[in-house]
Design a protein around this ligand. Structure first.
Ligand code: AMP
Ligand code: GLY
Length: 414
């Protein structure tokens, strides 16, 4: 199949790696990609958020399937433009992508579909926000109502910090004050063709920068899959009580969701609750979910894109585990140092079960250098989480990058 993957992070590298691992002779292109992905498949310098350019490229190159990695092209309407021209695309249109882009939209859909989630209040004024903070009480949860690149959410027991966060985001679009939900977090991805869904394997993400879940929120510092501690029947419960009702509500509203429904969940003592939806594969969870997938990814994505998920094979996963540790630049997530030389990847790749997904790398002269915040995802597979974790950290120890930041407790004590 001729496949175009849009995006430039480790998630997209993991998608490309999974497609290549089918050994099906696919003709895969990445746009715009990065240095690491470009070593595996051709990269074209295309602005992935430019609907017209992407569509033109897809038509000119007889692309049969477009896979959209990040949220920005979704919000920019790239999927709509491709679909309008009859090109199969894995990724929701602009309207359905609001499930991620607008927390107010997501809450309304969940309400209408009867999906369990925390109580939330959209504040219009600071007085309104403060009243909601005091009503829900500490710890406080304050969220920007829109795409904020992972920086919009503050969970704190410091009321002054909560008020300050609300003040900042009120000035730039809107604020949601939420009830704090207590419990373990799970990311569950489901493929959707607009009507049916097919769940992938659950994963856990580590969102805080520092060990012990300290420090600021980030895009994600590591992940593992599967989650041996999940109660039996968890995935089916999410399908029945969360994913199907949500997808059917969107279908009913004539904004069908075709693509990846990312359910950010929390297992509270009172049951499973949705913290957030995303409209795309998660990063870094994708790096641990896809290596375990034994069903051809292209078959699944194409079936979702063409409304034929019901006839497609059920996604199956290997019994082993995968762990990923993210290597981030000095200064991330505030301001990331770039242009630092990365060494040791060849040695790291010799550790059994290890692959490396590039997130922000560039080739300058003869050097591979960092070019953003999250630089690499070191991924390891193993018979169980402990083995995968040991291999991932062995590989991490072989990579040098000045000022590198990574967590040492990813998938510890599972
Ligand atoms: P979000 O961007 O909505 O996923 O939020 C980022 C992180 O903040 C989540 O992964 C949670 O760890 C935390 N968080 C968000 N909302 C809540 C909530 N209502 N209760 C507790 N923690 C939350
Ligand atoms: N890992 C969190 C996200 O992709 O949003």
């Amino acid at each position: 199949m001729r496949i175009l993957v849009l995006g430039s992070g480790a998630r997209e590298h993991a998608i490309v790696t999974a497609l290549l691992s089918e050994n099906a002779g696919h003709d895969i292109t990445i746009a715009p990609g990065n240095a690491g992905i470009g070593l595996d498949v051709p990269a074209v310098a295309l602005d992935a958020t430019d609907a017209e350019l992407v569509t033109e490229y897809a038509i000119d190159n007889d692309i049969e399937l477009v896979v959209i990695g990040p949220e920005a092209p979704l919000v920019a309407g790239v999927a709509d433009a491709l679909r309008y021209r009859g090109i199969a695309v894995f990724g929701p249109g602009r309207a359905a992508a609001q499930l991620e882009g607008s927390k107010t939209f997501a809450k309304r859909i969940m309400d209408a579909a009867g999906v369990p989630t925390g109580r939330a209040h959209r504040a219009e004024t600071l007085e309104d926000a403060i009243a909601a903070l005091d009503e829900f009480g500490a710890p406080y949860v304050v969220k920007a109502d829109g795409l904020a690149a992972g920086k919009g959410v503050l969970v704190t027991s410091d009321r002054d910090a909560a008020v300050e966060h609300a003040t900042f985001w009120l000035a730039s679009g809107g604020v949601l004050v939420e009830e704090f939900l207590e419990g373990r977090e799970v990311s569950l991805f489901l493929l959707s063709d607009g009507h049916d869904v097919a769940p992938l394997s659950p994963a856990q993400d580590f969102k805080r920068l520092l060990d012990g879940d300290e420090g600021p929120n980030t895009g994600g510092m590591g992940a593992y899959s599967p989650l041996p501690w999940l109660p039996e029947g968890f995935v089916q419960e999410v399908v029945d009580t969360i994913a199907v009702p949500t997808i059917r509500q969107l279908e009913h509203e004539q904004t069908p969701f075709i693509g990846l429904l990312y359910c950010g969940l929390i297992l509270t003592p009172g049951g499973i609750r949705v913290i957030e939806f995303n409209a795309r594969f998660g990063d870094p969870e994708t790096q641990v979910v896809l290596p375990r997938l034994t069903t051809p990814l292209s078959t699944l994505l194409y079936a979702a894109a063409t409304g034929t998920l019901e006839e497609a094979p059920t996604p199956e996963f290997s019994s082993g585990a995968a762990v990923t540790v993210v290597l981030a630049s000095e200064g991330y997530p505030a301001e990331s140092a770039t242009g630092r030389v990365i060494e040791g990847l060849d040695e790291a790749l010799r550790v059994p079960g290890v692959t490396i997904a590039h997130a922000a790398t560039q080739i300058v002269g003869n050097d591979l250098v960092s070019s953003g915040g999250r630089v690499l995802s070191v991924v390891a597979r193993g018979a169980d989480v402990a083995e995968a974790r040991a291999r991932a950290y062995e590989a991490v120890g072989m990579i040098s990058l000045e000022g590198v930041q990574f967590r040492t407790d990813i998938a510890a004590n599972v």
